[in-house]
Design a protein around this ligand. Structure first.
Ligand SMILES: Cc1ncc(COP(=O)(O)O)c(C=O)c1O
Length: 381
């Protein structure tokens, strides 16, 4: 069977061949428990610590500031709930934004009936938070500001260093969900001035079900998972050695190739937009022109239903829609709603996201398929 061209790297990435190779010994021979004091524990323990150094290398932080998790969702839960409970005596107010992933928004919603007050900041029509809104939202009881680094749907990159500086000046902990940015753009924790940063392995060519949380040494979120003493006593449970090794390798590869990948992603992404916009005059690009992930292209095509287009192109191209049309209603994503994208544009919003395995030939073929589907759909309307 001929597989569709994959243009949905923001949903998940394939495993890098180097990641698969690095993991294999831990699937086969090195099965030991890293906590075991005998021979079988030695290699897995060494491998986990090497991976910690590799993740720390990408973020440029000490390895002790990395905690392995089961993914981006757990890292966000650990950061947000961990600070909420650890700082409860100081305050109960949390600031976030309207374009966060559910892995942040739902955690805040969970905390609200438990006595926490949540401010959800708006974004502008490019999906960006205004740092002045952050400043204005701060109260004496604010304990945490959590704003994502890059948005998964549109790719907008938030002014994290600026917002984090405001948090720091006000002695408030700052967390960023960097699931979409790590491996795609620089994510140096000191430049970003963050206290906590979440990583999702499967967005950077490592497996699903592994991630990490960066925790600055001055920051003390409450323990997330109770049990034995793994991960400095912060996250109990025998380490997922094989996948941690995969994440470490993925971070090492990202660090080594970051600039080259940025240039390549941009070239492919812009090639796709050039082809689409040449053939489809009624197309618009969403998000900022510059402060945007190099691999992400969110476009809206007026007068078409994105889910119908995706269905038409499905045998040949895999991408994502920003809205789902039902028989008499249109369900627009919370991100596009927050950006106040008019319904007739939001309805026709498709996200294409390219990755390291994408080629120029993929882009040219995919563009042809998408253009044909849109033209066909318009005639049928
Ligand atoms: C911005 C963002 N945060 C968090 C997550 C959740 O990460 P995971 O799937 O590893 O739990 C995702 C994944 O879609 C994401 O895009």
């Amino acid at each position: 069977m001929k597989k569709p061209i994959y243009l949905d790297y923001n949903a998940t990435t394939p495993h890098a061949p180097e990641v698969i190779e690095a993991m294999q010994p831990y699937l086969k021979e090195h099965f030991g428990n890293p906590s075991s004091s005998h021979w079988y524990g030695e290699e897995p323990k060494r491998a986990v610590e090497k991976a910690r150094q590799q993740v720390a290398g990408l973020l440029q932080c000490p390895p002790e500031e990395i905690i392995f998790t089961s993914g981006g969702t757990e890292a966000n839960n650990h950061a947000i709930q961990g600070i909420a409970w650890a700082m409860r005596a100081k305050g109960n107010h949390i600031i976030t934004s309207a374009v966060e992933h559910p892995a942040v928004l739902e955690v805040c919603r969970f905390l609200a009936p438990l006595g926490f007050e949540i401010t959800i900041l708006p974004v502008n029509d490019e999906g960006l938070v205004d740092p002045e809104d952050v400043q204005r939202a701060i109260r004496p009881k604010t304990i945490l500001i959590t704003i994502m680094h890059a948005n998964n749907e549109v790719g907008s990159i938030q002014p994290i260093a600026e917002i984090a500086a405001i948090a720091r000046d006000n002695n408030i902990t700052f967390h960023t969900d960097a699931a979409q940015s790590v491996g795609k753009i620089p994510t140096l924790v000191d430049e970003l001035k963050v206290d906590l940063l979440s990583i999702a392995g499967h967005k950077l060519y490592a497996p699903k079900g592994v991630g990490a949380l960066y925790v600055r040494s001055s920051c003390h979120p409450a323990k997330f998972c109770h049990g034995a003493g793994q991960e400095q006593g912060r996250r109990a449970g025998t380490e997922n050695v094989m996948q941690i090794v995969g994440l470490g390798m993925a971070c090492a590869l990202a660090a080594e190739n970051l600039q080259r990948h940025i240039t390549e992603m941009q070239r492919l992404r812009d090639r796709l937009f050039a082809a689409l916009s040449h053939a489809l005059p009624e197309i618009q690009r969403n998000g900022p022109v510059e402060k945007i992930l190099p691999n992400t292209l969110s476009v809206s095509i007026q007068g078409v239903a994105a889910d119908r287009i995706l269905h038409l192109i499905e045998p040949e191209v895999a991408a994502s829609a920003g809205a789902a049309c039902h028989s008499d209603t249109v369900e627009i994503s919370h991100v596009l709603q927050a950006m106040h994208l008019p319904q007739e544009w939001a309805k026709g919003t498709i996200r294409f996201s390219v990755g390291t395995m994408t080629t120029a030939d993929h882009i040219d073929r995919a563009a042809k398929v998408v253009i044909a589907a849109i033209n066909k759909n318009k005639i049928r309307r």
